[in-house]
Design a protein around this ligand. Structure first.
Ligand SMILES: [Zn+2]
Length: 480
């Protein structure tokens, strides 16, 4: 049974989707708060999105069909999430001397390029906020009708005093917020923490007509509108970064449940933040990285993916370049075994040790059981590397054809969840010097002079290559 930690109930719960409960259909609806497209996403954002990707892949591994929606925020997301001050889109437009539509288009494209390079599964939909103004207005009208919202001077606010469940996700109760109130006083609001659903601000570049005059929507309302439109009034899983929990997700609950009267989200999943070298990532500290910057330093997107998924999503992850190096090495080990098993020629004999058919079954079972426990990724990797060790041992002592087929299939299945994309290591064009050393090493191995063989290997490695012993003999690969 899949157990998933629910931030709403603050405990691990047995996962069952709404469709499963209603008519036994293995369908899951999932919504992920996507990027605000005024800049490149950073590796902290990528980690948060990757957890959603991992979760989706694992649900598919378990036989579910997942309907996944991720929004693109291209309007109305203010600096510091406050309703005053300059909008992020506007600020970027001013900085780059472009209009906000051009900014949004540019960074939306950049976002798609990033997630493609990181091997994300494509969501079923990537709706844009600006394409859903009508739907947002409809919900706001419903909220006014239901007594949860009020208009003041062309803006519309959510009336927190009317929504008794406020705070059920974040634990921020209205009374506590009042005591520590530090919000700017807006005379239009009945309560300082009432949040904007529709904003009248003639100086904002993006404007739409509404029943309350020209204006633009608040940030939170877009996620309520788009998740409801594409996934229904109640969704199974909503994911996002920990920093989205309050006020964004708390407000999404208030708006959605205030409008429909039914539960908005069954499972809330929040990803802990990412640190860089033990510190909070920030542009001013010069420890702020985008995927592009990581690639410029010569690392592969696969290594970044490996590193970002390799620690549990509810633990904060400390990103370091040493960690990224280690991820490259781990990937190399996986690729080496993948190359060997792909090129292995079956001798149709059963070598020494455990049959790979049995080992594959154990590996898949352990891998699934680990992830069943609230996506315990370390357990999953342990199962994978245990299997890799067994494969390597068996490849040396001899395998049957069936073992090769079954082991490859199991590896692919696990890779389908991790999304690392195991690769065959291609033989490279090499210099005469390397060729000569390889010849020397082969000679040494023939006469079982292991010491000499190791010395030559070390020499080759010094020159920047790794030696692999495959079924077709020695191969070299540039060290990454
Ligand atoms: Zn959202």
């Amino acid at each position: 049974m899949f157990k998933l930690y629910n931030s709403l109930t603050k405990q691990k719960e047995n996962f069952k989707s709404l469709a499963e409960e209603k008519n036994k259909k293995k369908l899951v609806t999932m919504y992920t708060c996507g990027p605000t497209v005024y800049d490149y996403v950073h590796i902290g954002n990528l980690r948060s999105f990757l957890v959603a990707d991992l979760l989706r892949r694992f649900l598919e591994f378990k036989g579910y069909k997942v309907k996944h929606v991720m929004n693109i925020t291209d309007v109305g997301h203010m600096v510091a999430d406050a309703e005053t001050g300059e909008d992020k889109m506007e600020a970027a437009a001013r900085r780059e001397k472009k209009d906000p539509w051009q900014i949004a288009e540019f960074f939306t494209k950049a976002f798609f390029a990033d997630i493609k390079r990181m091997n994300f599964l494509k969501a079923d939909k990537y709706p844009k906020a600006t394409d859903h103004i009508k739907e947002m207005i409809k919900i706001i009208l419903k909220l006014i009708k239901n007594g949860y919202a009020y208009e003041a001077n062309g803006s519309v606010y959510f009336d927190l005093s009317k929504f008794s469940d406020w705070g059920k996700l974040s634990g921020n109760k209205l009374e506590d917020l009042i005591a520590g109130a530090r919000v700017e006083i807006n005379p239009e609001k009945k309560h300082p923490y009432d949040f904007a659903l529709w904003i009248k601000n003639p100086s904002h570049i993006m404007q739409w007509n509404s029943p309350w005059g020209k204006g633009y929507p608040g940030w939170h309302i877009e996620c309520s509108a788009m998740s409801m439109k594409y996934l229904g009034e109640t969704i199974d899983i909503h994911t996002g970064g920990e920093d989205n929990k309050f006020p964004h997700h708390e407000s999404e609950i208030a708006q959605s449940e205030g409008a429909t009267g039914c539960q908005f989200v069954r499972f809330w999943l929040h990803v802990k933040h990412l640190m860089v070298d033990g510190e909070k990532m920030s542009k001013s500290k010069n420890n702020f990285y985008t995927l592009g910057q990581i690639l410029e330093k010569g690392y592969s997107p696969r290594a970044l993916r490996y590193l970002l998924i390799s620690s549990h999503y509810r633990d904060s992850l400390n990103f370091t370049f040493d960690g990224l190096e280690a991820a490259e090495t781990a990937l190399q080990r996986l690729d080496e075994t993948w190359t060997k098993i792909s090129e292995a020629v079956s001798e149709n004999k059963n070598g020494k040790g455990e049959s790979l058919v049995a080992a594959a079954e154990i590996a898949e079972k352990e891998f699934g059981a680990a992830l069943d426990d609230d996506l315990n990724i370390s357990g999953a990797f342990a199962a994978l590397f245990n299997f890799i060790r067994k494969i390597n041992a068996k490849l040396t002592s001899g395998v049957s054809k069936k073992e090769l087929v079954v082991a490859k299939k199991a590896l692919l299945k696990m890779d389908g969840v991790l999304g690392l994309g195991f690769q065959k290591i291609k033989a490279e064009k090499i210099s005469e010097q390397i060729k000569k050393l390889l010849g020397e090493r082969e000679q040494a191995r023939k006469i079982k002079d292991w010491k000499r063989a190791d010395e030559v290997r070390a020499e080759i490695e010094k020159l920047g290559y790794t030696v692999l012993d495959t079924a077709e003999g020695q191969k070299v690969k540039t060290k990454t």
